[in-house]
Write a protein that binds this ligand. Structure first.
Ligand code: BGC
Length: 727
């Protein structure tokens, strides 16, 4: 009989822990592996680096260019975590990855689909690409609510409503994790502006937080079961989000029973004590003041039983996610990617996410017989705009156009306003082969107006670039585009504006245009999706996931907090010791359309709004109340084209209080004349208020069905009994 060396015995225990246990028992497996760890091994999974050699960190031999790397423990068959950004696909990593990836349309475009099944497919697509490039952790999706439309990361997120963002976030997570890649729900929580992001302090009450952004995260956690949650840069009520006992221990782990792990955002860890506040893993440790979760954590664990208990728990949580999602059993296999097939997923998402905002007298769809088309501006001869920062994805061959920001700061130089091929001009030409289509860059109004005058139709591509690290000073279109649109629309009544923006914009020229299409940042096949909508190959079905205000005065904060005190800086850094309080006590949980309803003000375009080339009728709303409320109603395509719509059910009064909350939605495609009955079950939390637990007051609850938050049918009422329950 052979005598095994102790290390080999241990590694066999580890291997058993990893493979002999049933796959469905990640808790037991995690506990067994944690038990088998040496003290030194217990602080291996607790920290990672950016594998780029930055700030003196060694580039780990087996790492691949990406956002993060956490070493594994081969003796225990624990794989290293290889992390890539993010929600829209495998990121470009500031140009370090030249291998190309499929860019999904922006989060705002995805949210505009209101289609969880499609978002899940997108998640599976990008998760699959991550895996094929050797990654096993994807740092998305991000679902911070669109509380601040000037937020430079609005484009990454899923809009302003907790139900919509939560359901879609959950779908993205399921898709990503179906590929045995850990999804990371971020940025927990209340990270709603970039100005002063590393030190701003969000002031918000428990109820306001639970009924808004925390509800979005809770729904996404329930529906997606993400392996990881990333805490945010900002403070919440005085404590850094990554060292915030309330957010991490109380809400996430205690109240919600979350079993996965919390990783920090990059450079968001204030100290080793964050471990006691619920942080499980320090990411990109070289950016923080110290590698807190390496030696300092080990020393603390030796001296202090509270830390020792936390370290065991941190390891169990990380291991649990590794096992639950199968990272050890299904390691990434580097293999070629079918970019053609994946581009179709991106294109379908873009087509469903495009929102038709205005269509005067059937200006769209364009007739195939149109003779002369002037395409103006937005680099439409090259590509479609994309958002900047860590989520930036580039296809094979890199950007079609990259506009440098210049300057002296290296991190800023790495950012470019980039446009993704193919070009809308080419896509338009291919759908109007008999027309003469010309392009003008829109730099000079005279030139654009001359071209527009000679055309049957002028299509202006208007752009507004957003990036992580910088907020927008206001919601106007930059570089004189408002004046350009007004002049072109005055010259040609058939002016169609295609907006490529990160989120809401103001439209002083709206009434002069024939049509407006919100295409957002439409991703790898955005150009084809836009042309498809313009020429009616796609009947638009996108609906706004955010309110478009008519002016900044309508917002809870007409002035962006910090815009006059914090130097705009891509890294979001302020001066040492700088503080910035952001008071969410103004709107509390009434984010976006809820605020507009509360104030009785009319936006430019309401939440949920979007036109179609056909018409729909909703009828026969009936409600029944059991443990929750079930609504059923009929939807008819009353026009002459096939199309999809999104009937939306809103709660409009709760036990005598007028309010507005999205209570349910469904996306359905109908043939002309077709009617379908839809049934929706309302999440009881939508009807409840938070008061140290969810509370439904006895009384009448009014619901209305509509096309948007501002176009609702008659109100139906149900009576509910009093009820109280824990989260
Ligand atoms: C961003 C995260 C991102 C991380 C890693 C941070 O600056 O806020 O969203 O995942 O960097 O690149």
């Amino acid at each position: 009989m052979r005598i095994l060396a102790p290390s080999l015995i241990l590694s066999l225990i580890g291997a058993c822990g990893a493979s002999a246990q049933p796959a469905q028992d990640p808790d037991k497996r995690a506990a067994a592996t944690e038990q088998a760890m040496t003290d030194t091994e217990r602080t291996i999974l607790t920290w990672g680096v950016m594998p780029n050699g930055m700030l003196g960190a060694k580039i780990p031999a087996e790492s691949i260019p990406g956002a993060g790397y956490v070493a594994g423990i081969p003796r225990l068959n624990v794989p290293a975590l290889k992390e890539t950004d993010a929600s829209l696909g495998v990121a470009y990593a500031g140009g370090k990855r030249k291998d190309g990836a499929t860019a999904l349309p922006s989060g705002m475009a995805m949210a505009s689909t209101w289609n969880p099944a499609l978002i899940e497919r997108g998640g599976a697509m990008i998760g699959g690409e991550a895996r094929a490039k050797g990654f096993n952790v994807l740092l998305g999706p991000g679902i911070n609510l669109g509380r601040e439309p000037r937020n430079g990361r609005t484009f990454e997120y899923m809009g302003e409503d907790p139900l919509l963002a939560g359901v879609l976030g959950g779908a993205a997570i399921r898709g990503i994790q179906s590929q045995h890649v850990i999804a990371t729900l971020k940025h927990f929580a209340l990270n709603n502006q970039e100005t002063g992001r590393q030190f701003l302090d969000v002031r918000i009450g428990d109820a306001a937080a639970r009924e808004s952004e925390l509800l979005a995260f809770k729904i996404a956690v329930e529906q997606g079961q993400p392996g990881s949650v990333m805490c945010a840069y900002n403070k919440v009520n005085g404590d850094e989000a990554c060292s915030n006992d309330y957010l991490l221990n109380k809400v996430l782990k205690q109240d919600w029973g979350y079993k996965g792990f919390v990783m920090s955002d990059w450079g968001a860890v204030p100290g080793v004590e964050a471990a006691l506040a619920g942080l499980d893993q320090q990411s990109g440790a070289q950016i923080d003041a110290a590698y807190f979760f390496r030696d300092a954590l080990k020393d603390k664990a030796t001296a202090d039983p509270r830390y020792a208990a936390r370290v065991a728990d941190m390891n169990r949580r990380i291991l649990r996610s590794i096992y639950a999602i199968g990272l050890d059993r299904f390691p990434p296999v580097i293999e070629p990617i079918d970019f053609k097939a994946n581009a179709l997923v991106a294109e379908e998402t873009a087509r469903e996410g495009i929102v038709l905002l205005r269509n005067r007298a059937g200006a769209l769809p364009l007739a195939g017989t149109v003779k002369r088309i002037a395409v103006i501006g937005g680099y439409a001869n090259s590509g479609v705009l994309s958002g900047g920062g860590s989520s930036q994805v580039q296809g094979e061959g890199g950007p079609a156009v990259a506009v440098s920001l210049g300057g002296e700061i290296a991190s800023v130089q790495a950012l470019e306003q980039s446009y993704q091929a193919p070009s809308p001009l080419k896509a338009i030409k291919s759908l109007a082969p008999d027309a003469t289509t010309i392009y003008r860059n829109g730099d000079y109004i005279t030139d654009a107006v001359t071209a527009a005058r000679q055309a049957d139709v002028a299509i202006i591509f208007a752009t507004q670039w957003q990036t992580e690290g910088l907020d927008l000073p206001d919601l106007s279109l930059p570089h004189g585009q408002d004046a350009l649109i007004a002049a072109v629309a005055a010259a040609n009544p058939n002016t169609i504006v295609v907006l490529e923006s990160g989120g809401p914009v103001l439209m002083p020229w709206l009434d002069k245009t024939a049509a407006v299409v919100a295409a957002w940042y439409p991703g790898a096949r955005g150009a084809d999706a836009i042309a498809s909508v313009l020429f009616g190959k796609t009947n638009p079905s996108g609906r706004l996931p955010m309110t478009f205000p008519a002016s900044l005065d309508q917002l809870p904060r007409p002035k962006l907090d910090g815009s006059d005190t914090v130097e705009p800086n891509i890294a979001g850094m302020g001066k040492p010791g700088q503080t910035l309080n952001v008071d969410y006590g103004i709107e509390e949980s009434d984010v976006g359309y809820r605020w507009f309803a509360r104030q009785g003000i009319t936006p430019l375009f309401p939440f949920g709004y979007g036109l179609s080339y056909t018409t729909f009728a909703y009828s026969g709303l009936s409600l029944s109340a059991g443990k929750s409320v079930t609504a059923s109603f009929s939807v008819t395509n009353s026009g002459s084209r096939a199309g999809a719509t999104v009937p939306q059910l809103y709660l409009v009064s709760a036990a005598g209080t007028a309010l507005q909350r999205l209570a349910g939605f469904s996306k359905l495609s109908l043939a002309p004349g077709e009617t379908r009955r839809v049934q929706l079950s309302v999440d009881p939390r939508i009807m409840a208020r938070w008061d140290k637990g969810w509370t439904i007051a006895a009384g009448a609850y009014g619901f209305a069905l509509g096309d948007s938050a501002a176009a609702l049918g008659s109100v139906q009422t149900v009576r509910l009994g009093a009820r109280r329950w824990k989260d």
